[in-house]
Design a protein around this ligand. Structure first.
Ligand SMILES: C[S@@+](CC[C@H](N)C(=O)[O-])C[C@H]1O[C@@H](n2cnc3c(N)ncnc32)[C@H](O)[C@@H]1O
Length: 193
């Protein structure tokens, strides 16, 4: 319900200062991580796609992209703004995709909304091929993020140690990370044991 309301104002808010500044910083960080990716022929999945901002920022020329979100209102907007047709309503903790069917997976600005964050990591590991690239962000435990509690959703803020624990048994190998005001952005690969 709350995401249905947020969907209406989501993009408009990002045009307003200081959100616009934060957003530009995040997009720059994501673009720089995604510039490392081999995207030609890649099967790409964007989880918690929202209104499609990550797709437009990082994979603007690519059509082999599936977008998924648990909010149908967000997904409708993403479908319009990206022109993509593979849109799947799903909870990130139980994704309806076969094992090993994506080469690149992104989950930007999503982890902090998921109570069972380990389930999201398990799902990404399951649906990605060995050595698949994963771009994920988390919201560090700091005052600016704590203020986001007033936007209505329960937030699961974590620190480096807790994020490290999510990469359990070295199932993911971290490649690079960037930092913006509200996010830590990480590029990693699914470890090929
Ligand atoms: C802050 S928005 C981020 C959207 C987009 N990735 C971006 O960076 O602009 C968070 C999105 O995650 C979605 N979301 C929240 N919990 C989810 C869950 N359990 N499964 C799937 N999507 C979820 C929300 O509907 C919303 O669209």
């Amino acid at each position: 319900m709350l995401w249905r309301l947020k969907a209406i104002v989501y993009d408009a808010c990002r045009d307003l200062y200081p959100f616009s500044k934060v957003y530009r910083q995040e997009v720059a960080a994501l673009r720089s991580l995604c510039s490392e990716l081999e995207l030609v022929k890649a099967r790409i999945l964007d989880i918690g796609t929202g209104t499609g901002t990550t797709v437009k920022a990082c994979y603007p020329m690519h059509k082999n992209v599936t977008i998924t979100d648990k909010s149908i209102s967000m997904l409708r907007r993403a479908k319009c703004s990206t022109g993509l047709s593979r849109c799947v309503v799903a909870d990130a903790a139980t994704l309806p995709f076969k094992n090993g069917c994506f080469d690149v997976i992104s989950a930007v600005g999503v982890l902090e909304y998921i109570a069972n964050s380990a389930a999201l990591m398990d799902e990404m590991h399951r649906i990605g091929i060995p050595k698949a690239s994963v771009v994920i962000t988390y919201a560090p435990r700091k005052l600016a993020n704590k203020l986001r509690y007033f936007l209505g959703h329960p937030l699961h803020l974590i620190d480096d140690v807790q994020f490290g624990k999510l990469l359990k048994n070295n199932a993911f190998t971290e490649k690079e990370r960037r930092f913006s005001w509200l996010q830590t952005q990480i590029l990693m690969t699914i470890t090929d044991f």
